[in-house]
Every structure is written in C-alpha cells, then in structure tokens.
Design a protein around this ligand. Structure first.
Ligand SMILES: C[S@@+](CC[C@H](N)C(=O)[O-])C[C@H]1O[C@@H](n2cnc3c(N)ncnc32)[C@H](O)[C@@H]1O
Length: 358
C-alpha cells in the first residue's frame, strides 16, 4: 500500500473516520442482511397467500396500482419495506455525520490528492451533469453529484449494499478478470464508464499493467475520491469527469470498454446514446463488457414488479424497472455490436460481452 490513511486500511478497504461510525455501519449492514435474507421466506409465503386470495377474487394483477393494493396491506412485506428504507436512511445519516464532523479535513485531503500521482484526475467546477445523473440515487443526500464528500461516504455505504461481500473489491475484481479481451489480444487503451469510486478501473489496470486505463464519471466527488483511492493503492489509472454520452475521446481509441451497474441508473432514452458513443470509441474488434442487473425480462411477476416499484419510491431508483424490462440485447445489436452472454457476477449482476465487429 503506497499510503496509509488516518485509521489505516484492511487490505483494500479504507477504514471509516471513527470506530463509532464503523460500528454503526456494521450494525446497519447486519440488520440489512436480516431484512434481505432472514425475512425473505416469510415475506414470500405471505405474498403467495395474498396472490392466491386476490386471484380467487378475480383481481387483475397486471398493473402496479392493483399489485400495490394486494401487497401493501401484507404486514410481512410492509415491515420488510420499512426496514430497507430506514436502514438506507440510517446508513447515510451515520456516514454523512462521520465525514461532516470534520469536512474541511476531507476537502483539504481531496485538494492535496488532486495533485498527487501515480495517475491523474481531471474535473471541472463548471461541468453540468445530465439531470438523471444528479438524482439522489439510493436516497444518498445530494446523490453522487452534489455533495463534495459524496465519494467517501458512497464508498463506505457500498459495503452495506453488498452486505459485506465486496469489502476487498471481490465483485469488481471478478469483473476486471472477466472483462472480454479482443480476439487479437492487443490491449493498450482501456476505458471504464460510470465508475463511481473506481474499484473496477483499478482492477483493470492491475490486470493490464501496460495499458493506459481511464475511468470516467459525471460526478466530480466520485472521480476525486476514485483518484485518491487509486493513489493510496499505488495504481496508475486516470480519472476524468466526463459524460459517457459524449466523452470527447477520439474515434476507435479503445481496445476495451467496461461498465459496472451503470445502465440501470441511466434515463432510459439516453441508454442508446451512450451505447453509440461506446461503439464510436472502440476500434474494430474492440470489446465492451457490460456488468449490470438482469435485462430483457419479458414479463415481470407481480412480486418483482412490486419490489422494483418500492425500489423506485423508497430508494430513488427511477430507471431500474424500465431497464430490466427493455429489450436490451436487441438495442445492443441495433447499435452494431456482436452480443454474447457472460457469467453471473456478485449480487445478481449479469455479464454481457459486446464486440465491435472487425
Ligand atoms: C451505480 S454507480 C456505478 C458503480 C461503479 N461503476 C462501480 O464500479 O462501483 C453509477 C455511476 O454512474 C455515474 N453516471 C451516471 N450517468 C452517467 C453518464 N452519463 N456518464 C458518466 N457517468 C454517469 C454516476 O455518477 C454514478 O457514479
């Protein structure tokens, strides 16, 4: 490790500002695990019973409002939903409080790291992100974009989302390892889009040490923290605040491009714009490895529709349901990619391998 932060690191995990905040996060993570896994069985059983009763009454469960009328009164589902919402609020409140006890310290730290290497960071105080990228996704106050310290506490909060399964970047490293190499094996330029705090980007540089590796995101707080973390890890990657819809990188520049759980958070009518931009930047034979939530779901069962509806309302995921149900494979093909399925990854994340035909 090139540099030790205040409370040090455990492997690839940078510790939180205080033991108190860490213990609080640990508590939230434990309850989240219980809410997600421990209550699943009784919640599913209660939902099945409510569905049967609704069917017996001839209730049509194809529309969201009808589905809500059946499921909202089920106590096991209501308790589960309340727990998830409250835990999300508690996680952010705890983490924000920890960093905002000493905001100047962290702002000064980011300023100092902006000038350090290896690797560099570019960001522009006048950059304006598209509106969808300014949403308070996951109800993080200020979202990815508006809070200058968002990178720190998004990173910490993400350990909770992955309920402890990604503390050593396990999911990101698996995707870095699984990203598709062009058939001719030549990998000189690599781009990761919508990187947040750059865990996949760092993993890609570790896999391809000779390549020039870039990570872009519309959020300055994200790329600044990503850079800080890469510097601490001693990994020579570059981060830049850019819009994946119009990156300004030259045509055919990249051998490989990746994205990890980006598209389910993009306004649906902008997805094609990003895909066309990726295609433009790939050289013939170049690859685009997409790691994202399930896609091409033709018919969502009522309980799944309900879960996505709550995720939209309680967790500010405005675009995920439409992403999951859109015909993503056809869109990728229409843009010009050759498309193949890859392996499943952490947390129900799927892999799609796209190649720009040679
Ligand atoms: C769920 S996070 C992605 C997580 C990240 N790829 C990782 O490896 O952990 C979505 C990220 O995409 C960024 N984003 C959203 N729209 C974007 C766009 N048009 N261009 C670049 N980044 C974008 C957001 O700022 C946010 O940091």
């Amino acid at each position: 490790m090139a540099q030790i932060a205040d409370r040090g690191w455990i492997g690839r995990w940078e510790r939180q500002p205080t033991l108190e905040s860490e213990s609080y996060s640990d508590f939230c993570e434990g309850i989240r695990k219980f809410a997600q896994e421990g209550t699943r069985q009784p919640a599913m059983a209660a939902a099945a019973k409510a569905t049967e009763a609704a069917k017996a009454k001839g209730t049509d469960m194809s529309r969201v409002n009808d589905i809500r009328a059946v499921f909202d009164p089920v106590p096991q589902l209501a308790v589960r939903a309340r727990m998830m919402r409250s835990l999300q609020e508690m996680t952010w409140r705890g983490l924000r409080g920890a960093y905002y006890a000493e905001p100047e310290k962290y702002l000064a730290e980011l300023d100092a790291y902006d000038k350090k290497g290896p690797g560099k960071v570019e960001w522009d105080p006048n950059f304006v992100a598209p509106e969808y990228a300014q949403q308070p996704i996951h109800i993080q106050p200020g979202g990815y974009y508006a809070d200058p310290l968002a990178g720190y506490w998004y990173y910490d909060g993400s350990h909770s989302f992955f309920i402890g399964q990604n503390t050593q970047d396990e999911g990101h490293l698996s995707c870095a390892k699984g990203a598709l190499v062009p058939k001719d094996g030549s990998v000189k330029h690599v781009l990761d889009i919508g990187v947040s705090v750059g865990q996949l980007t760092v993993g890609l540089k570790e896999r391809f040490p000779q390549a020039d590796v870039w990570g872009i995101d519309t959020s300055a707080p994200m790329v600044r923290y990503a850079h800080k973390r890469a510097v601490d890890l001693g990994v020579d990657v570059n981060f830049s605040q850019r819009n994946a819809e119009d990156t300004k990188f030259p045509d055919g520049h990249f051998d490989m491009i990746t994205s990890f759980i980006l598209f389910h958070e993009v306004q649906n009518d902008r997805i094609e714009v990003i895909l066309r931009e990726v295609f433009r930047q790939l050289r013939p034979g170049g690859t685009f490895s997409i790691f994202d939530f399930p896609y091409d779901v033709k018919q969502m069962p009522p309980l799944m529709q309900y879960a996505f509806t709550l995720d939209r309302l309680d967790n500010c995921e405005p675009y995920a349901m439409e992403f999951v149900t859109m015909d993503f494979t056809s869109l990728l093909k229409r843009v010009g990619f050759h498309v193949e399925k890859g392996p499943d990854q952490i947390y129900a994340v799927k892999t799609i391998y796209c190649t720009r035909p040679a």
